[in-house]
Ligand binder design. Structure first.
Ligand code: SF4
Length: 332
């Protein structure tokens, strides 16, 4: 347990947490929406500091990040809790906390040592929402940078601007979910609001953090062509080179009565993204549409198989056929 950062003391020993856009006002003895922060006698504590519920070595393509050190591995960690309550959460057993917070005790140096020993090039703060274990992520990220490791957030994008700016010197890349362009979807399905996420995607970009955006397409919820077009146009208006991943849904948690996303829907989304002017649109979860093609000459540059790289034709980050620079970081 560690005293939280980004909170304000209010009257009557209440506190206001400023770590994410929920800005929870928390009475003594109560927790915030994420269940990971608790007010004890007017002091806000992180209940999850150093309590790891998951540690795995993952291919970076699994995050998904396709234009950031392709073919590398990320030491991936999580604690319990989440500031969203998505009806379709794939990790709901660890994100949707009822009472007890459990996890294996660790200090930042353990994570860094494990990442180095496992030959990872980066540390990914992932599986649940990294914002809610900000204190641990921040301290780990700072030391990791000194050791030459990169730091990645796989995030719902609800972190406050203040917190994002604080960690941004150490945050190298983020995959941000843009689940819908409809505020009602965010309210009903996730218990959140849309606008802070749109603002945050721009803020990540302005802070120089490498970003890729993911939209999980749920049949009947966010698969409308007009909405997908607005998503693609929003990304395009920031930068046409931001990769957009459109991924397939599988029935899970509280949305287990919805059928999986048909492949035609993902293909439709890719066509919409490409027509809107995005240069890199990828399909996910259905084993097609994951290769990188040169946006200028159309030739195959990176062929992906599963979460691995089968063929890499890039030459120092450039297309070998027409010489176009392929955006990203660590593109070989
Ligand atoms: S991090 Fe948790 S406690 Fe803080 S505002 Fe967000 S949901 Fe509330």
């Amino acid at each position: 347990m560690k005293e939280a950062v980004f909170y304000q003391k209010l009257e009557g020993d209440k506190v206001r947490c400023g770590l994410c856009h929920h800005k929870c006002v928390i009475s003594p003895g109560k927790r915030g929406i994420c269940q990971a922060r608790e007010n004890r006698d007017g002091i806000l504590y992180s209940l999850v500091y150093g309590k790891l519920i998951a540690c795995h070595v993952d291919p970076i393509e699994k995050k998904p990040l396709f234009h950031f050190y392709p073919g590398s591995t990320a030491y991936s960690i999580a604690t319990m809790g989440c500031n969203f309550h998505c009806l379709h959460c794939q990790n709901w057993e660890i994100s949707q906390v009822k009472n007890k917070i459990v996890g294996k005790e660790a200090v930042p140096e353990d994570i860094i040592q494990n990442a180095i020993t496992s030959r990872c090039q980066s540390i990914a703060y992932t599986y649940t929402e990294p914002t809610i274990f900000f204190e641990f992520a921040y301290e780990t990220a700072k030391v990791a940078h000194k050791k030459g490791l990169k730091n990645l957030f796989i995030t719902n994008g609800y972190i406050s601007g203040e917190a994002l700016k604080e960690i941004s010197p150490y945050l190298d890349a983020a995959n941000i979910d843009l689940k819908s362009m409809n505020n009602q979807f965010y309210r009903k399905v996730c218990g959140a609001k849309l606008q802070p996420i749109l603002d945050n995607i721009k803020l990540h970009y302005e802070l120089g953090i490498w970003i890729e955006v993911t939209t999980l397409i749920i049949p009947g919820y966010n698969d409308d062509s007009e909405e997908l077009k607005r998503t693609a146009e929003f990304i395009r208006n920031i930068d046409t080179t931001i990769p957009w991943h459109v991924t397939g849904f599988y029935p899970t948690y509280k949305l287990n009565d919805i059928h999986p996303t048909p492949i035609e829907t993902l293909r439709k989304a890719v066509a919409i993204g490409t027509k809107a002017g995005l240069e890199y649109v990828y399909q996910g979860n259905l084993n097609e549409g994951e290769n990188t093609y040169c946006p200028q000459c159309g030739k195959l540059l990176i062929e992906r198989s599963g979460f691995g790289i089968a063929v890499d034709n890039l030459k120092n980050g450039f297309c070998p056929y027409c010489g176009k620079k392929i955006v990203g970081k660590g593109m070989r």
